[in-house]
Structures are given as C-alpha cells and as structure tokens.
Ligand binder design. Structure first.
Ligand code: SAH
Ligand code: SF4
Ligand code: F3S
Length: 463
C-alpha cells in the first residue's frame, strides 16, 4: 500500500459532529487527527473519529484551535518514523500555547515503540491499532493529568460495529480485514497490526450498500492481503465478497488493495472480468524479480508463479492496469538480482510502481541478516528502476491518446485550480478543463477524450 502525506480533508474549518441524539459534552472539546501511512490508517482515523463522534466530540481540521491532537502513525520504514518524530517536535509549540492540550500517538509506531513514546514529555497517550475503542477513556483521563497507554493486539477486533466518520462524500475506504500473517522477512506490519482476521461478510456488503445510498460513487476494499479474506461463518472468500459487493451496488465503482501474489486466485480474476463496476486495476506487489531474494524475503512463491498470474490477468482482462511495489538493496542483493528486477519490469510493463530502498526493521527476520548493501548502491539501484518505470509509464500512457476514458470527477486539480481532475477506471489521474457551465459536478462520471499524456497523468477534453 502507498504512504500518504498528511491528510486534511474537511472542507470547512470546523465540522460539528453533533447529531441530535448524541450527548453534548460541557465544553465540546475539539479533536484534530493527522494521518500518516497507508489507506488502512486513513480508514482507522475515520474509525477513531467515529468513536469520538459518539462521545460528543467535535472535529477540527487544524491543530491551531484543537484541545486534542492525535497523530496516526506509520512504522513501515525508518524515514516514515523520522517524519513523525519531526512532527512531534513541531507540536511542542502548540503545547506551549495551551498547556491543557492533550497529544496522542496512534497507529503502527505507537504499537512498535510503546512506552518509549511516553518518554517524550509532549506525549500524553499512546494507542495501538487494536485499541481504538479506548481512545475516549484515555483522552478523558489525560484531561485529568493522567498519561496512558493501550497497545494490546487482538485476534478478533475488526471494529465491525463502528461507523467510520467520513469527511469526503465521493470515495470511501472500507477495511475488510486487519493484520497480516505472511511475515515477509523485511516487514514490520505483522508486529504492529497483529494476526490476520476478517470482518463479517454481511456487514461489509451492508456498509457498501449504505455508502451507495448515501451518495458515494466509489468504494475501495482494504486489507494488507485482501486475497486471504475468509468469513468464518459463511466460509466466503474474497472472490465471493467482491462478487456480492459488485452485485449489491452495480452503479458504484469497486476497487481493492492490496493483493498478495500467492493468494491471487483464478476465481478472483474471473470475478473482476465479469463485472463492469469492478475497476480494471490491480496492485500486485512483487518486491523483487530474483528467486533467491524472493525466498530470503519469505514471499512464499517463485517468480514463475508471479509471471503466470500476470499472464492470467492479461488473458482475461487485456486492458487491466497493473502496479507493484519494489524494494532495492535487500540484504545480499547482487547486481544479478537487481538485473532480474529490471528484467521483470520490462516484461510485465507496469502502469505504475511504488519503489523503496530497503530499511531494516527491528524484530523482523531480515534485521538479523544485516544491512550489507551500502546506501549509495541502494539509491543508485532505486534511481535506475524509477527511471525505467517512468519510461514505461510514459509509453503506456501515450497509447491512451485518442481514446475516451470514463472519469469520476474529483474536483479542481491540485496543481492548477483552473483545471479539474478525476480518475479513470484504471486508476489514472485525468486532467480536463475547469467546468464553466456546470455541465458536470464532483462525483459525476464523464467521458474524457485523451489528447496528451505524461508518465503520471492523462490530459484531455470532455466529450
Ligand atoms: N501488505 C502489502 C504491503 C504493505 S507495506 C503487501 O504485501 O503488498 C507496502 C510496501 O512497503 C511493501 O509492499 C514493500 O514494498 C514496502 N516495504 C515494507 N517493508 C519495507 C522495508 N522494511 N523496507 C523497505 N520497504 C518496505
Ligand atoms: Fe508486510 Fe508481507 Fe504482510 Fe504485506 S504481506 S503486510 S509486505 S508481511
Ligand atoms: Fe500501514 Fe504503515 Fe502501518 S504502511 S499498516 S501504517 S506500518
């Protein structure tokens, strides 16, 4: 999954979360949550906001006037954690201004560093990914001057009964499972998010249906490894869940992420091919093109299996877009291993890739393998694969020139507010002219004829 920058979605400055049936707290403390890391964290933030909503808290999208600042963190690579330490240092300024301010650390870094985080004077509470029901209690205690920590991992918690508080009305994230049992040797996630567990099938289908009824246009089913989804009661697997969702909301786009190649079944690919509303885009992390490295990473499959899965996808869905994750500089990686990755990228021809240099994580198996690839070599290999991928993305995007894409309108472009942007079925950002006669609004599906393309975006006119 991809790391996201700070999320500050709400359109207004302060949003009242008060429904008429929710008890009001005397002074209605204002909560501000900042999110780092993957989409699971984005959805977890909505869950925390949902929990706090029920208790009568109001939300703000700026730390300036907040009574509580929560930072939902990521521990995937060292630089992700560095960024959060820096942010925590900045927050000292707010605490100086308001000594009653409560500061909390949530998420994967909270789970990894635990009480060590309380050594920072600034931090009042530390809460791991499976303890979000206890946020209100710990916050209340912190208002009374008591610092607190809750970091137990659970085998059953899925927050199935909690309504996430969503601030954007077009595209929704829905977690269908939590945790990961794969234990790739480089990865901290099994330690920060605990064992794999799936949410109930019927409640997911119900949530997707009510999102449609509430006007959402697109839903993304989330998990570290959605392909190993299994509903304990009905015995339904991920392909069956996807089919049920696609049938329940035929006019809504459905996406999912992330898949593990080992569990990418024929049935799943067939289901994707069968339904028009399941987007033709698959994020299928490969990590390396070398069998020796895949084995050391405990990816549990040889590269031949990966090629065979890609061939199946291309056979059943010729236009399907593909992306991947790649790590450079894993312990002992040779030039030959690196060349195997370069080769793989040329054969598969991904539409896009998320590329990282290896970052050793304490407690993982790879930590004990040492970190023998010098940083300069990790970086030069990384640059090589980034350069090659940009070239491939550019070439693939050139082929869309002249075609007509169905685009879900998201609103003004981030780079140039005079242009608008949206997303194609294949998950590409599409830029088109600003809407002058209100012919289309945010959330509409429109047809765009592509005139130009870069490695990252398609640019066209509305037809
Ligand atoms: N569950 C998802 C990925 C979660 S982490 C999956 O298996 O696909 C997202 C990506 O971060 C991984 O795919 C991997 O490429 C990268 N990553 C994870 N741990 C890393 C580490 N220690 N150093 C560098 N990259 C890492
Ligand atoms: Fe990490 Fe591997 Fe699990 Fe993905 S599948 S979260 S990379 S252990
Ligand atoms: Fe996600 Fe980062 Fe945790 S990628 S699962 S927030 S370590």
């Amino acid at each position: 999954m991809l790391e996201l920058p700070i999320l500050q979605n709400p359109k207004q400055d302060t949003i009242s979360l008060m429904d008429s049936d929710i008890p009001l707290l005397a002074n209605q403390p204002l909560l501000y949550v900042e999110t780092y890391g993957c989409q699971m964290n984005v959805n977890d933030t909505e869950i925390v906001q949902g929990v706090m909503h029920k208790k009568g808290y109001s939300l703000t999208n700026t730390p300036d006037n907040a009574d509580i600042i929560l930072i939902n963190t990521c521990a995937i690579r060292d630089n992700a954690e560095k960024k959060i330490h820096e942010r925590l240092n900045h927050l000292k300024y707010y605490k100086k201004k308001n000594k009653d301010l409560v500061v909390g650390v949530l998420g994967c870094m909270a789970e990894r560093l635990r009480e060590n985080l309380l050594e920072k004077e600034l931090v009042d509470i530390v809460i791991g990914p499976d303890e979000y029901r206890s946020v209100p209690e710990l916050v209340e205690k912190a208002f009374g001057g008591e610092r607190g920590i809750a970091v137990k991992l659970s085998r059953v918690e899925t927050y199935d009964d909690i309504l996430p508080f969503r601030t954007e009305g077009i595209s929704a994230w829905v977690s269908i499972m939590r945790g990961c049992d794969k234990f790739c040797t480089y990865c901290i996630v099994p330690f920060t998010r605990g064992r794999e567990r799936s949410r109930a099938y019927s409640s997911i289908v119900q949530e997707v249906t009510s999102l449609y009824d509430a006007g959402f246009k697109e839903v993304t089913l989330l998990g570290q490894n959605v392909n190993s989804y299994m509903d304990e009661h009905s015995g339904n697997n991920f392909a069956e869940l996807l089919r049920a969702c696609a049938k329940a909301v035929p006019h809504m786009r459905i996406r999912y992420t992330t898949s593990h190649p080992q569990d990418m079944s024929d049935k799943l690919i067939e289901t994707m091919a069968e339904f028009d509303n399941i987007c033709k885009y698959i994020h299928l992390p490969v990590q390396s093109g070398s069998n020796r490295i895949l084995h050391l990473m405990n990816r549990t499959h040889p590269i031949e299996h990966y090629y065979e899965r890609i061939a199946k996808i291309k056979e059943l869905m010729p236009g399907c877009a593909l992306s991947t994750d790649i790590i450079t500089g894993f312990p002992t990686e040779t030039d030959e291993d690196h060349q195997a990755t370069m080769e793989l990228m040329k054969i598969v021809r991904y539409d896009g890739a998320y590329m990282f240099k290896y970052s050793p994580r304490e407690r993982t198996k790879a930590w004990k393998m040492g970190d023998d690839i010098p940083d300069t070599l990790k970086i030069s290999r990384l640059n090589e694969i980034i350069h090659q991928q940009n070239q491939i993305s550019y070439e693939i995007n050139q082929q869309t020139i002249g075609t007509i894409e169905t685009v879900l309108v998201e609103g003004p472009s981030k780079k140039n507010p005079l242009e608008w942007q949206g997303r194609s079925d294949t998950n590409k950002t599409v830029i088109f002219p600003q809407n002058e006669n209100l012919a289309y609004i945010v959330g509409d599906y429109i047809k765009v004829k592509i005139a130009r393309a870069t490695s990252a975006t398609l640019i066209g006119t509305v037809v």
